[in-house]
Ligand binder design. Structure first.
Ligand code: OSB
Ligand code: MG
Length: 370
């Protein structure tokens, strides 16, 4: 396939409700959509870099620069026939995994469409529905926190992930456990703690949690290994794993016993699948993380989460949990058994709606002939 053009669309969408983590509160989510044309087909990919360098160093601005000035020019006009061709061309780029992943995703969509198969089928998915949970943001009061969880439980989510931060942890988790003694529950600290906080994690260790996600420094594995040795609840790494190599290093020193795989954070679907395979070999469960994606990114997450070793519920909630009007259709809905159905039509299975895209677009640039 000869890549004819790549268009970057910077969009900004209001969230259904504010989303608060230990690193901040968001009411809108900007992202870059990649539109790639080849052989009369159009593929779409979503870049999960944020408004600011809070979750990761990449931002809308850095990703725009890296994609438009480096990644797109490396492949526009080139004949590329397999996703590995994209990965190989980008191998000389250090860092910027979210930028690389977005372009690779657009190519995967094109590639699956050209073959007339769903992305899930193409990458070796073994299920047609994936079990999902919901990542619940921090609320301003305990009462509001319990009320927000109540709404998600009532909506049918069978697994709840609570965001925690210093001052908003043991007491909140205890209150949630008292109200829902048996619900599948996990917490995510987004790197808000230090090794001195080990006593907090020893208390959380008594609360029957599925896992504790990224308690310590965003780039650390050594302190996490020391903490894992003190608690029996599995530590799950998110921020610290940027590549298949990081996954291997973390597992080699027992820094975690579960990995949250996010396609953007690890530099693409190819790398995500490699981490899945490595963890499967080592008997380590994985699950698919989320970045408040639009339906474009969510469709790819569902395909990934349909691989066999995604044995824990993913942060892949129904479209309505994120946006009132998504820029792509169809919307994803929660089935009665806390699953979401994996698309089975050619490509990612969602189509971008041009008029909705126009309504939320901030700027666009075309590389190649438009
Ligand atoms: O740490 O998993 C995280 C959203 C933005 C940045 C980081 C994280 C999250 C989530 C949201 O938890 C998960 C979702 O998309 O539902
Ligand atoms: Mg996380």
């Amino acid at each position: 396939m000869k890549i004819e053009s790549i268009t970057l669309h910077h969009i900004d969408m209001p969230l259904v409700a504010p989303f608060e983590t230990s690193f901040g509160r968001e009411t809108h989510r900007p992202c870059i959509l990649i539109e790639m044309r080849a052989d009369g087909l159009t593929g779409w990919g979503e870049c999960v870099a944020g408004a600011g360098p809070w979750y990761a160093y990449e931002t809308i601005g850095t990703a725009w620069h890296i994609i438009s000035d480096f990644l797109a020019p490396m492949i526009v006009g080139q004949e590329i026939n397999e996703p590995i061709g994209i990965v190989e061309r980008f191998a000389s780029v250090r860092g910027h995994p979210m930028a690389r992943a977005a372009v690779e995703a657009a190519f995967w969509d094109l590639y699956a469409q050209a073959r007339g198969v769903s992305l899930a089928r193409l990458i070796g998915a073994t299920r047609d529905r994936v079990t999902v949970g919901v990542s619940v943001g921090i609320e301003l009061t305990l009462e509001a926190q319990l009320a927000s969880i109540e709404r998600f439980v009532a909506a049918g989510y069978a697994r709840i992930k609570l965001k925690i931060k210093p001052g908003w942890d043991v007491a909140v988790v205890r209150a949630v456990r008292e109200r829902w003694p048996d619900i599948a529950l996990q917490v995510d600290a987004n790197s808000a703690y230090t090794p001195d906080d080990a006593p907090i994690f020893r208390e959380l260790d008594e609360m029957n949690l599925l896992l504790i996600e990224q308690p310590l420094h965003h780039d650390d594995i050594v302190d996490h290994a020391r903490l894992q040795a003190q608690i029996s609840t599995p530590i799950c790494l998110d921020e610290s794993i940027h590549s298949p190599e990081h996954a291997r290093w973390a597992l080699d020193i027992d820094a975690c016993r579960v990995i949250n795989i996010k396609i953007g954070r690890v530099g693409g679907l190819t790398a995500a699948r490699q981490i899945h395979d490595l963890c499967a070999e080592r008997g380590v469960p994985v699950w698919c993380g989320g970045m408040l994606e639009t339906n474009v990114g969510r469709a790819v997450n569902l395909a990934l989460a349909a691989l066999p070793n995604f044995s824990l519920p993913g942060d892949i909630s129904a479209s309505a949990r994120y946006y009132h009007r998504d820029i792509a259709a169809p919307d994803f809905v929660l089935n009665d058994d806390s699953t979401i159905t994996v698309p089975d039509t050619p490509g990612t299975g969602v189509a971008v709606l041009p008029e909705r895209l126009r309504d939320v677009q901030v700027r666009e640039v075309i590389i190649g002939k438009g």
